[in-house]
Design a protein. Structure first.
Length: 592
């Protein structure tokens, strides 16, 4: 119990325990009733042994009847204790899981560029389940066992305090050993959980890119990586299990020696006339009632140490704070016309985790991406951003929906600083059609109406028609109810792209961001998507990021971005006549 008080992580669970306090109180009431019968059972065993010695069948029958009633009452309150505590523990785990999931959604995009998806999944599932199990055992087993030890030890002191004190000589040594084993187990458990998180992250990474693995015939390479990580996990888990096994052997040996010593002292007291046979049987019964709670307490202490590692990992997530935060007095952004202005904006990406394998294309760590950047886009204008990889194009459009926050300057929409508005009201007026389309498990209609729990299927169909998606959707036997599969695996790249466009159409934003929306598509799909995009862009303020310059020629303005600065600005014809970087890029792509 001392460990619980010293662990800050366990104390941080109190806000999640308090809402279940009434349920826990009812369970503990059942526990108290359940525990109160233990001394009575020990006393009955001594009495029945005496009646057996005298052959008093009637008295034996009466005691047996009393014992049956006691066991019936104990069973009833034990059922209440078990079910109430299971209910409380599961509710606490559910609340904690929802809070962690909600907290993760509030973190900015940059965090997920460095976090391992498999590790987050493990924390949300296995680690929280472990915490729930520990809470259940704390109230379902540990506290009842402690109460049973107290009550039974009190009864033993009442029967024979000399014998009890002599028997408990070995107790401090057992307590020290259990504490030492617990600390060792905590260390090895943390290592094991770190290894299993790495293994989970590896599986997520490999199964997401299984096509690439097979395309490069890299199966043996990935199997060797998996085998090595699995072996590290096995070694870490084995160390923890070995400590647990050694603990049970050592503690079990000490318990056995205590029993042997008890019989020696009890026999000696009987020989001296200081103890009766009936009293000794009652006393031995009480000692037997201690064996189970001592064993469970030892086991639970080990579980608490393992749960402490899970608790630490969960509250590590709560310690991570979002970089993009709404102001307390933020207002809802009204329906906008679509004027966008960047005023003296400077931005540098936060330092990346050293363990991260993700690298942003727009910058090296700690290097400024935008310095005193200025841009004015009028409502309904179509602006294209072109330039080499890492020039800052994606950063410019990522700052608009506040995926990141600029360090200096202002970004205005209809002359309203986006720092002063709520994030949902801002992002609902900005539609994004990305290069890599993300589809979620579910059907096509749900993916088009993503984020809407109550949608009109006719509006979904109308959006699909504008996006040139209705025809291919209608060819599926289940139409809009067709399951897309994990990450949209049942659809082609062009089909996924058109669903993304339909999603943006249904959102009906005033500002639209097209991030390489037609790259890596065959000519037929690109034509259909270009037609859909032209309908989508009509009357909206549009930002286009594209390496393929054929997609930007009809833009109202083309901006050449280099090192976070606009070096050229004009129409397609004007920039070709200028003979600068845009003309060079264009000649490289269309030299044939």
């Amino acid at each position: 119990m001392a460990s619980l008080k010293q662990s800050s992580s366990y104390w941080q669970l109190l806000p999640y325990v308090r809402p279940q306090s009434r349920t826990i109180a009812k369970a503990l009431t059942c526990t108290l009733v359940f525990t109160a019968f233990w001394p009575l059972l020990a006393w009955l065993m001594g009495q029945i042994a005496g009646y057996i010695g005298r052959g008093d069948v009637e008295a034996i029958a009466q005691i047996a009847g009393v014992a049956a009633i006691i066991f019936l009452i104990r069973g009833t309150v034990q059922y209440g204790q078990d079910t109430l505590m299971a209910k409380a523990a599961l509710s606490i785990a559910l609340d904690l899981r929802k809070q962690v999931y909600t907290h993760l959604h509030r973190l900015n995009v940059g965090y997920f560029e460095t976090a391992k998806t498999g590790d987050l999944s493990y924390r949300l599932t296995e680690d929280i389940d472990k915490i729930g199990e520990v809470i259940n055992k704390l109230f379902h087993q540990f506290i009842p066992c402690i109460l049973q030890l107290i009550v039974v030890l009190g009864y033993m002191l009442y029967l024979n305090w000399k014998l009890t004190l002599a028997t408990l000589i070995i107790a401090p040594l057992m307590a020290l050993l259990i504490g030492w084993f617990g600390e060792k187990l905590l260390t090895f458990t943390r290592q094991s959980q770190s290894r299993i998180s790495n293994l989970s992250a590896l599986l997520t990474e490999v199964f997401s890119g299984i096509r690439l693995v097979q395309a490069f015939a890299a199966e043996d390479y990935e199997i060797s990586r998996f085998s090595l990580e699995a072996e590290h996990n096995r070694q870490a888990k084995f160390l923890a299990e070995r400590i647990k096994a050694l603990q049970f052997v050592v503690v079990g040996f000490l318990e056995a020696m205590s029993v042997v010593f008890l019989f020696f002292l009890g026999g000696w007291q009987i020989s001296q006339g200081q103890l009766t046979g009936t009293g000794f049987i009652s006393y031995v019964t009480a000692v037997a009632l201690l064996i189970d709670p001592i064993s469970l307490t030892t086991s639970n202490y080990s579980d608490f140490k393992q749960g402490e590692a899970s608790c630490d990992r969960i509250f590590e997530l709560f310690a991570i704070q979002p970089n993009v935060i709404e102001k307390p007095d933020a207002i809802a952004l009204p329906h906008v016309k679509g004027k966008v202005e960047y005023r003296h904006v400077s931005f540098t990406y936060p330092t990346l985790s050293q363990n991260s394998h993700n690298h942003r294309q727009d910058s090296a760590p700690n290097q400024p991406v935008l310095v005193d950047f200025n841009l004015l886009v009028e409502p309904g204008q179509m602006v294209a951003l072109v330039g080499a990889s890492g020039a800052g194009k994606s950063t410019i459009v990522s700052l608009l929906p506040r995926f990141y926050d600029r360090q200096q300057g202002q970004i205005m929409i209809d002359d309203i600083d986006i720092q002063n508005v709520t994030l949902p009201s801002l992002r609902r007026q900005i539609g994004i059609v990305p290069q890599e389309v993300t589809l979620f498990s579910g059907n096509i209609a749900q993916n088009i109406a993503f984020g809407q729990t109550d949608y009109d299927i006719e509006q979904v169909k109308s959006a699909a028609k504008i996006a040139n998606a209705h025809d291919f959707i209608s060819q599926f036997p289940e139409g809009y109810q067709t399951i897309v599969g994990e990450r949209g695996v049942n659809l082609s790249g062009g089909q996924r792209q058109r669903i993304a466009i339909a999603r943006a159409v249904l959102l009906n934003p005033r500002i639209l961001i097209l991030d390489e929306a037609t790259s890596s598509l065959d000519s037929e799909s690109e034509t259909l998507i270009q037609q859909a995009l032209e309908r989508l862009m009509r009357g909206r303020t549009v930002f286009i990021i594209a390496h393929r310059l054929a997609t930007v020629r009809r833009s109202d303005r083309i901006l050449v971005v280099e090192h976070g600065t606009i070096t050229e600005s004009g129409t397609h014809t004007e920039l070709l006549a200028l003979g600068g970087r845009y003309a060079y890029f264009y000649s490289q792509q269309f030299s044939s």
